[in-house]
Design a protein around this ligand. Structure first.
Ligand SMILES: [Zn+2]
Length: 136
């Protein structure tokens, strides 16, 4: 891709600058670009390429972000699998077991969608406390 090397170089430079200013390197990587994430002295977690676009502030936020990207990837792969089934259905090549597998895959997609919704809109849970007391 155009400019990818430059991006990578400046990302490494930025990461080095941040490390010098006291940031720590995390084991987690940016779910978007795969760069190692850094925790600033302020506690913010940033991606050297996306900077503060990566709003994940806690380790659990990072975990949720990576789950989301894995789920999206999984969904994509299942869709291409379904395309395969579709081709075989058109050629009349599917049997009972294929049909059963198909149902499982569709079920998997439904579950993926459900988990994604739960992660993206956690406030939909009615049990949210009215007094936001942040523990530190
Ligand atoms: Zn990134």
């Amino acid at each position: 891709m155009f400019g990818e090397n430059i991006d990578r170089e400046s990302a490494i430079k930025r990461a080095a600058d941040l490390l010098r200013s006291g940031a720590t390197l995390l084991a987690e990587t940016c779910p978007v670009c795969g760069s190692p994430l850094l925790r600033l002295v302020s506690g913010e977690v940033v991606c050297p390429i996306h900077g503060r676009v990566m709003i994940a502030k806690t380790e659990s936020d990072i975990a949720e972000a990576s789950i989301l990207s894995v789920l999206t990837e999984l969904e994509k792969n299942i869709s291409s699998l379904l395309l395969n089934y579709n081709r075989r259905i058109q050629k009349n090549e599917v049997g009972f077991e294929d049909a059963r597998d198909l149902v499982y895959w569709l079920d998997a997609i439904e579950r993926i969608e459900k988990i994604k919704r739960l992660i993206q809109h956690p406030t939909q849970k009615k049990s949210s406390k009215s007094t936001p007391s942040k523990q530190k």
